[in-house]
Design a protein around this ligand. Structure first.
Ligand code: PLP
Length: 397
């Protein structure tokens, strides 16, 4: 790609993808700047405030001088709190030395791919799934292999189909439960069968559990790392963004097998040096302090989920499953006569509702849109009215 004076960017930049939520959001804000009313249902970010006791701890930390570099894997108090939390909630025994605090859960993803994947390798990624797994895999010169995730199967991957996609080149399997963009959850039986495949074919597993505490209807969170023989081949990806409404703090964490401590150490030192120190002091309180804010948020998300799913299913041409976790609905909109991409584009411009095309998460989601219900019930009700009115205007259904 030639810019000016023969200057060019690296060839590999032609292989990198994106996360549409950020780009589409910018387009929506440009329309707002022209005076349009837009309801934002595109971004995966809780609309709640970070709990007050966490904010207070970080403010105090600034005044107490936590303004210098931290140890590269994270401050000891946070690594210990994470190890204890992982043991209590995920039933995974981890020593604090296996914990790395990163800049967002995205950091964990980047290091997994940089550290484990060579050019020519294959990496299994959910489709639809979080787009960065695929993007970074391609960026490394490796091949992402989509695992189809279908509404007919409650948005759980089909383990037999997964088995058929494994080849001698497969190195890493990404799983994400509860899932973005579908809200699907892998149950213990699914995970047990996936674990058997990972062991039989000697795969690394990256288990993205960032929505692990946002679960409804009594669904249990099972970490694949808690299953026999899995801790030594699994990287747990989790963080503070979603559970504690801390997206802007940019704090995620990895729990890695002891065999990867050196790999993660080198990658963290080469990239970020450490995650922000005062933010880490605040994050300790997120884990060890009162959990009422998290519980309250999940109760509110559940009410919004029900509102959104009922509202979508009342619109002719749209069918939504009931998501079991996370805060997204991923309805099939094929009955409207439009593709997900067409509907998303037209909803933005003609109805003032910003959602994402299902294909922002892979090819399988062509007939879907993704709706984030991390917005007030009032806005969600208004958005449903606008979507319903728009679809009715198409004269189909
Ligand atoms: N994993 C999944 C599935 C996500 O949806 C997100 C954010 O949207 C992330 C990881 C990254 O979150 P963060 O980098 O804010 O921790």
């Amino acid at each position: 790609m030639t810019l000016t004076h023969g200057l060019r960017v690296a060839q590999r930049m032609s292989t990198i993808g994106t996360e549409s939520a950020f780009e589409v959001g910018a387009r929506a804000r440009a329309l707002e700047a022209q005076g349009r009313s837009i309801i934002h249902l595109q971004i995966g970010e809780p609309d709640f405030d970070t709990p007050a006791h966490v904010r207070e701890a970080a403010k105090r930390a600034l005044d107490d001088g936590a303004t210098h570099y931290a140890p590269f894997p994270g401050i000891p108090a946070l690594r210990e709190a994470i190890a204890a939390d992982v043991s209590a909630r995920k039933h995974v025994t981890a020593d604090p030395s296996q914990v790395f605090v990163t800049v967002g859960g995205k950091g964990v993803m980047l290091y997994a791919i940089l550290g484990l994947v060579d050019a020519g390798d294959e990496v299994l990624v959910p489709d639809p799934g979080y787009p960065i797994y695929e993007s970074l895999t391609r960026f490394m010169g490796a091949t992402p292999v989509p695992i189809p995730i279908r509404m007919e199967n409650d948005f759980r991957l089909d383990v037999d189909e997964l088995a058929s996609l494994i080849t001698p080149r497969t190195r890493v399997l990404f799983i994400n439960s509860p899932a973005n963009p579908t809200g699907g959850v892998l149950n213990r039986d699914d995970l047990t069968r996936i674990a058997a495949l990972a062991q039989e074919h000697d795969l690394w597993v990256v288990s993205d559990e960032i929505y692990g505490r946002i679960l409804y209807d009594g669904e249990e969170h099972v970490s694949i790392a808690s299953l026999p023989g899995m801790a030594e081949r699994t990287i747990i990806l989790d963080g503070f963004s979603k559970t504690f409404a801390m997206t802007g703090w940019r704090l995620g964490y990895a729990v890695v097998p002891t065999s990867l401590i050196q790999t993660y150490s080198q990658l963290v030192i080469n990239t970020i040096s450490c995650a922000p120190t005062f933010a880490q002091v605040g994050a300790v309180q997120a884990l060890v302090g009162p959990q009422d804010d998290v519980d309250g948020m999940v109760v509110e998300f559940k009410a919004r989920r029900d509102l959104v799913v009922d509202g979508l299913n009342a619109i002719p041409g749209i069918r939504s499953a009931l998501p079991v976790g996370a805060f997204y609905a991923f309805p099939d909109i094929s009955g409207t006569g439009l593709s997900g991409a067409e509907l998303a584009e037209r909803l933005l411009h003609e109805a003032g509702v910003c959602v994402l095309a299902g294909t922002a998460f892979g090819g399988v989601g062509v007939d879907h849109i993704r709706i984030s219900y991390a917005n007030s019930r009032e806005n969600l009700t208004e958005a449903l009215g606008r979507i319903g009115g728009f679809v009715e205007g198409l004269g189909r259904g």
